[in-house]
Write a protein that binds this ligand. Structure first.
Ligand code: GUN
Length: 296
C-alpha cells in the first residue's frame, strides 16, 4: 500500500491561520501585537530566502516584523550590542539570529546573549537545558514541526521505537528530546553508528536529519513506519535546473513507509509555522497571559 503523504504545507497553513486568529484576539482584547526581530548578517543566498519567508509569515500572522540586515563585516561586538537593544525593547517578543554567522562572530556567544524568554529558536542553553529536563521551554522550530507532523498520523508516540539520524544542536538532539518527552524509545544515530540500515529498520518513527541527498533508501525502512524527512538538499536536475530533495529517497521509500513527509512541502513549512507559534507563546509569557493551547 502506498504511504500516506503528510502534507506539511496544508498542515502548516492551517496552524498559521489558527495563530493569526489568536493574534487578532490578543490585539483586540489586550492591544498586543507580537513582534519578531530577525537578524541577518551577510548575504548567504539560502539564508536570504529563509529570512524573506519568515518575515512574510510574520506579517500574515498579524505580527510585527522587525528586520535587521547587517553587513558581512559586522563585528561580534556590534552584533552583541544589537542583541542587547532587542532584549530591552518591549516591542520585540522574539529574536532570531539567522545561522550560519560569518567566521569573525562566535555563534554560541550570540545565542547565549539572547534573552531566553525571547529565544524563539530555542537554542539558548537555558532553553536547551529546560527541554532536556522536561520543563516548559521555547522549543527549536524544525524539531517541534517534525513531531507535530508525526503526531498527525500517530497521535500517541508512546512506546514506539524512534530513530533519529543526525545529532546536530538545531535538529537531531532537540528532536530526540521531544520524542523522548512523547514517551518514544529514542536512538540517535550519527556518522559513527554501526549498521545504520539495520538500526533504521527497527524504527516505527524515522527522522532523517543528515543533510545528504536521498541517503536513506527504501530497504532501510520498516514497512508501515512513519518517515519524517528534515533534509533540504539542492541537487542538479534536468535541463541544468536545481531541484530540492530530502535526505530520504522519496519515491522508493513511499512504497514501504506507512506515512512520509515530502520535500519540499513537508517539514519546511512547519518550521516557519512553529517559529510564528513560538513568537506568539513568547509574547503571551512576557505579558502575563496564558500560553495558547491549540497546537497539540
Ligand atoms: N539556519 C538554519 N536553520 C536555522 C534555524 O532553525 N534557525 C536559525 N536561526 N538559523 C538557521
Amino acid at each position: 500500500m502506498a504511504a500516506t503523504i503528510i502534507d506539511g504545507k496544508t498542515i502548516a497553513a492551517n496552524l498559521r491561520k489558527t495563530i493569526a486568529a489568536e493574534v487578532a484576539g490578543l490585539n483586540a482584547k489586550h492591544g498586543l501585537k507580537p513582534g519578531l526581530a530577525v537578524v541577518l548578517v551577510g548575504q548567504n543566498p539560502a539564508s536570504e530566502v529563509y529570512v524573506r519567508s519568515k518575515s512574510k509569515a510574520v506579517v500574515e500572522a498579524g505580527m510585527m516584523p522587525i528586520d535587521h540586515k547587517l553587513p558581512e563585516t559586522t563585528s561580534e561586538k556590534d552584533l552583541l550590542a544589537l542583541i542587547g537593544k532587542l532584549n530591552a525593547d518591549p516591542a520585540v517578543s522574539g529574536i532570531l539570529v539567522q545561522l550560519p554567522l560569518p567566521p569573525q562572530i562566535d555563534s554560541q556567544k550570540v545565542i547565549a546573549a539572547i534573552d531566553p524568554a525571547k529565544d524563539v529558536d530555542g537554542f539558548h542553553p537555558v532553553n536547551v537545558g529546560r527541554l532536556s529536563s522536561g520543563l516548559s521551554s521555547l522549543v527549536p522550530c524544525t524539531p517541534f514541526g517534525s513531531v507535530l507532523l508525526a503526531k498527525t498520523v500517530k497521535p500517541s508516540l508512546a512506546g514506539l521505537d524512534a530513530v533519529v539520524i543526525g545529532r546536530s544542536n538545531i535538529v537531531g538532539k532537540p528532536v530526540a528530546q521531544l520524542l523522548l518527552a512523547e514517551n518514544a524509545t529514542v536512538t540517535v544515530a550519527h556518522s559513527k553508528t554501526r549498521d545504520l540500515p539495520g538500526l533504521c529498520r527497527r524504527a516505527d518513527i524515522l527522522v532523517a536529519a543528515i543533510g545528504r541527498p536521498e541517503f536513506v533508501k527504501a530497504d532501510w525502512i520498516k514497512p508501515g513506519a512513519t518517515v519524517i524527512d528534515v533534509g533540504i538538499n539542492r541537487v542538479a536536475g534536468e535541463g541544468g535546473k536545481n531541484r530540492i530533495v530530502g535526505d530520504v529517497a522519496y519515491d522508493e521509500a513511499a512504497k514501504v513507509a506507512g506515512a512520509i513527509t515530502p520535500v519540499p512541502g513537508g517539514v519546511g513549512p512547519m518550521t516557519i509555522a512553529c517559529l510564528i507559534l513560538n513568537t506568539l507563546k513568547a509574547a503571551c509569557a512576557q505579558n502575563g497571559l496564558p500560553e495558547p493551547q491549540f497546537q497539540d
